[in-house]
Design a protein around this ligand. Structure first.
Ligand SMILES: Cc1cc2nc3c(=O)[nH]c(=O)nc-3n(C[C@H](O)[C@H](O)[C@H](O)COP(=O)(O)O)c2cc1C
Length: 428
């Protein structure tokens, strides 16, 4: 008979595994239990934080290489007008280089024009900050002066979109904005809030006319009335190609009449506010010799009240060298393709006015050498816009640095010494 008694041999439990040896912290295999390639939250935070810190430092210190590289990437995905709006927004919020080359000033670049001191001769041209929203921070970006506008008396939307086209292969832009503007009333309020009369960075206010206005003189008078108290200088812009009939105002008869009424308006305003902001005329690069000659005569004649010329606006010509498929778009061409054209007109106007009328050279400036060529051709000050599209704000630091080097290389102690150097012997 089989025994039912329990076996006296109970199976032994296996011995417990030995306790893990304590490991030093830096050997602890933190990630060993994670599948390969798994990114922990902390890794992500470190990586994203690192990229953000790097981007912030490069943005605020104005790294030239970073800006041009980043802009190339952004421009693949964002159209011209949206990029422009974001650039103005960022300038308004103060996301601009706050250290580095941009804020460096050079003794040789200090200059006096229109009875005003400029810490450097490089300004931002009209069309970037059309509604004057970013004046306060633009003044802190290292530029010598900033021009806002063009401002029309009544608000207008401008032409239908799309209306801004990059010509990346040519470092140019074609725009047909057509004076999109919030209008003189709202913009004067925006500018008033940022008004700092003793600020060393001058603010120019560029005036345009409404598309549907039949009376150009009245439009400019409204601009004078509104903005003379707020401007370090005023600009009569008769040279944008995107407002029908505007450039016809550059003919002798039309311009003479227009300038007379503008001058009368400024006379009245001067009595009221006790000062007279200099009045500049902005011209196109596409004028005939006759037009340029006539404008020079009006500019020399003090009775028309012109204190300076801005040479030039965008061109309606299309140089054969253009590569970009966007070259067929209608509008004004700016940037590198207009550089030589406008420098030539600076030289012509300098000679035609006998060097008696200060010229602001504008068109295709993207390096110190470009600015230097404008100055040697007769410009006392220089502006840029399209270079911001391709190089961002560090271009300001670059142009200042390189311009100072050009002056030193050629033995000029100051900008003023170099003005018109290419033509001086020909000027009476
Ligand atoms: C998108 C864009 C908008 C512009 N808008 C104006 C404007 O409203 N008023 C004006 O006088 N010039 C305007 N301009 C012309 C510039 O002020 C400047 O004269 C021209 O672009 C040449 O300089 P740049 O080659 O450095 O850009 C505009 C230029 C661009 C590219």
């Amino acid at each position: 008979m089989a025994s039912t008694a329990p076996s006296s041999e109970i199976p032994k439990a296996p011995p417990p595994p030995p306790p893990p040896k304590p490991q030093k912290a830096y050997f602890r295999p933190i990630y060993s239990s994670l599948p390969p390639g798994y990114i922990t939250k902390s890794t992500a935070i470190i990586v994203v934080g690192g990229i953000a810190a790097y981007t912030g430092i490069e943005l605020l210190c104005g790294s030239e290489a970073f800006y041009s590289g980043a802009l190339k990437v952004v421009q693949k995905y964002v159209d011209g007008e949206t990029s422009h709006q974001w650039a103005v927004r960022m300038a308004k919020w103060g996301v601009l280089p706050k250290c580095g080359e941009n804020l460096k000033e050079y003794d040789s670049l200090k200059t006096d024009v229109f009875g005003k001191q400029f810490s450097n001769p490089i300004g931002i041209a009209a069309g970037f900050d059309k509604d004057g929203e970013a004046i306060r921070n633009l003044r802190r970006s290292g530029i010598g002066f900033v021009e806002v506008g063009s401002i029309t008396p009544r608000p207008q939307l401008g032409n239908p979109k799309p209306r801004v086209f990059r010509l990346a292969e040519d470092e140019g832009v074609i725009n047909r904005y057509g004076f999109n503007s919030k209008g003189a009333g709202p913009i004067s309020e925006i500018i008033k809030k940022q008004y700092e009369p003793e600020h060393p960075v001058a603010v120019g206010i560029n005036l345009g006319k409404n598309k549907t206005s039949a009376d150009a003189a009245t439009d400019y008078e409204i601009g004078i009335e509104r903005f003379a108290p707020l401007a370090d200088y005023l600009v009569v812009n008769v040279s944008s190609p995107n407002t029908p009939g505007l450039r016809a105002l550059q003919s002798k008869k039309e311009l003479g009449k227009l300038l007379q009424s503008v001058k009368d308006a400024l006379d009245v305003k001067e009595k009221e506010i006790g000062r007279r902001p200099p009045l500049l005329l902005k011209i196109a690069p596409d004028l005939t010799y006759r037009d340029k000659h006539d404008i020079a005569q009006l500019a020399i004649d003090k009775s028309y009240g012109i204190d300076g010329l801005i040479v030039s606006n965008t061109t309606i010509t299309r140089p054969e060298t253009l590569q970009s498929p966007n070259k067929t778009e209608t509008g004004g061409l700016s940037g590198r393709p207009v550089r030589e054209i406008s420098t030539e007109v600076v030289g012509e106007m300098y000679q035609l006015t006998g060097g008696k009328v200060p010229i602001v050279g504008c068109g295709g400036v993207s390096s110190g050498q470009d600015a230097y060529e404008k100055i040697r051709a007769g410009a006392s000050l220089v502006q840029l816009y399209t270079a911001l599209v391709y190089q961002g704000f560090p271009v300001i630091g670059r142009v200042k640095r390189e311009l100072a080097e050009c002056l030193e290389r050629d033995g000029f102690a100051s900008v003023a010494d170099a003005v018109g150097a290419d033509y001086r012997s020909k000027v009476k």
